[in-house]
Design a protein around this ligand. Structure first.
Ligand code: FDA
Length: 420
């Protein structure tokens, strides 16, 4: 039977990086993936340019049942460390928006970089290779695969989350965690478009494709109160509901039955502006409103809620203008669902961090079993944070694997040697 110091299951962002780091620390590493092509999510990320980290990454941009869990790993391997690696590999990049860093050319460059790093660590890769089972033995672990059984001291689960099943996502990591006694925080699609009741949404269907900057918020029940979360980003109308960065961000905080609130003219005091326009403008309401909103949205809104778009400004009652402004700046919507795993960018929930060490990502229940990346209940905001978690958790795990390996070596040397 082949023997490795560590077997890493899942050759995505976290698995590739962990394999490279552990290999470069002298471990004999096997990296397995069931997909024929590795790093598919890296390839499709950031519109093909991979938003590989965020300059501002800190624990504040991550959701988890335990918001402190990610602290240690992020402190030990931060955005600056990954940026330095990208620079060493000569990959050109740029900042797009709010600290988000993208490759100038292609996400393929990040995959090639990770593969070169794996080569430098002498990592063995098997793919496509199906893992049939994982079992504990007296002296470590055995991973059974369709290429045979492998003995190992450590198993690292880096199989990612449930989004986009057609490119290799699976619930393998969650099932394995459960089988070995770990608690699971209910997985749910996050960074995902929101959908609405088709009848209620019908008037907005013709607006599909319209985008505008908004402030979006929701209130999530917390232990003793509610926590209000707000983002200032672009919103996009779709045929079935809402998308765009604003909605993807808020979707991670949204729970079924919860309302979201949208301010369609953030930074403006619409009530005041409409009151002034009434005094100075002779235009019709629809045209006046189009100064702050896309014309089609203004027209649809007025058709639905009034007053009539063709009313001249001076004829509008003050109370009607105040109601209109309040409606547009505090638009409350009740989503009925999300676009689900097919369209989600990440999974919220996952392996419960109470059963893992935040220093090493090792299971507290099963020594030698590690979980890294998206399979863990740590979910980043939109903007490069999820890759940063993949790199940071992989790095923490690789350091722990190396320490484990180093401490195992003197133990072996201390065994009495039998002269031949
Ligand atoms: P990842 O999904 O990368 O890798 C898991 C690997 O495990 C896959 O290769 C899979 O084939 C393999 N696997 C699964 N089950 C297995 C099994 N049973 N046996 C063997 N192998 C198995 N994030 C970000 O920070 N910036 C961005 O720009 C984007 N953009 C983006 C776009 C889109 C469309 C999506 C869907 C996602 C993003 N993300 C993102 C999120 C980011 O891609 C994601 O968080 C990381 O890839 C997670 O890294 P992991 O290594 O944990 O999982």
């Amino acid at each position: 039977m082949d023997r490795f110091d560590a077997v890493i299951i899942g050759a995505g962002a976290a698995g590739l990086f962990c394999a490279a780091q552990a290999g470069q620390r002298g471990l004999k590493v096997l990296l397995i993936d069931h997909a024929a092509k590795l790093g598919e999510k890296i390839r499709i990320s950031g519109g093909g340019r991979c938003n590989f980290t965020n300059r501002e990454a800190s624990p504040a941009q991550f959701l988890s049942e335990n918001p402190h869990f990610c602290r240690s790993a992020l402190a030990r391997y931060g955005a600056a460390d990954f940026i330095a690696l990208v620079r060493r590999h000569g990959i050109a990049f740029h900042e797009k928006h709010k600290g988000q860093l993208f490759c100038d050319d292609s996400a393929e460059q990040i995959i090639s970089m990770l593969l070169r790093e794996c080569e430098a660590g002498g990592v063995t890769r098997w793919q496509p290779c199906k893992v049939i089972g994982v079992r504990r033995e007296a002296d470590g672990w055995v991973v059974a695969s369709d290429r045979g059984e492998i003995a190992t001291d450590a198993v690292v689960v880096a199989t990612g989350g449930l989004p986009v099943p057609k490119i290799g996502a699976s619930d393998f990591g969650l099932r394995l965690a459960e089988r070995f006694g770990h608690r699971i925080v209910e997985p749910r699609p996050a960074l995902v478009p929101l959908t609405f009741d088709p009848a209620a949404w019908a008037p907005f269907v013709p607006m599909a494709g319209i985008a505008l900057p908004v402030a979006i918020s929701t209130e999530t029940p917390a232990r003793r109160s509610t926590v209000r979360t707000e983002f200032l980003e672009d919103l996009l109308f779709t045929h079935r509901g809402l998308s765009g960065p604003a909605v993807l961000q808020i979707s991670s905080f949204w729970r079924p039955g919860q309302a979201i609130r949208v301010n369609l003219a953030p930074g403006a005091d619409l009530a005041d502006m409409l009151a002034r326009a009434k005094l100075h403008s002779r235009r019709q309401l629809g045209n006046e409103l189009a100064a702050w909103l896309p014309q089609r949205l203004a027209d649809t809104w007025l058709a639905l809620h009034g007053p009539a778009a063709d009313t001249p400004m001076p004829q509008l009652p003050d109370a009607a203008l105040r109601r209109l402004a309040a409606g547009l700046q505090q638009w409350e919507l009740l989503p009925t669902g999300t676009e689900g795993w097919r369209k989600a960018e990440v999974m919220a929930g996952g392996v419960d961090t109470r059963d893992l060490s935040s220093q090493s990502m090792e299971s507290r229940l099963q020594p030698g079993l590690y979980f890294i990346g998206e399979v863990v209940d740590v979910t980043g905001w939109l903007g490069g944070y999820n890759f940063q978690w993949a790199w940071a958790s992989a790095f923490a795990c690789a350091e722990a694997l190396a320490a484990r390996h180093a401490s195992a070596v003197p133990a072996d040397l201390s065994k009495p040697t039998i002269p031949e």
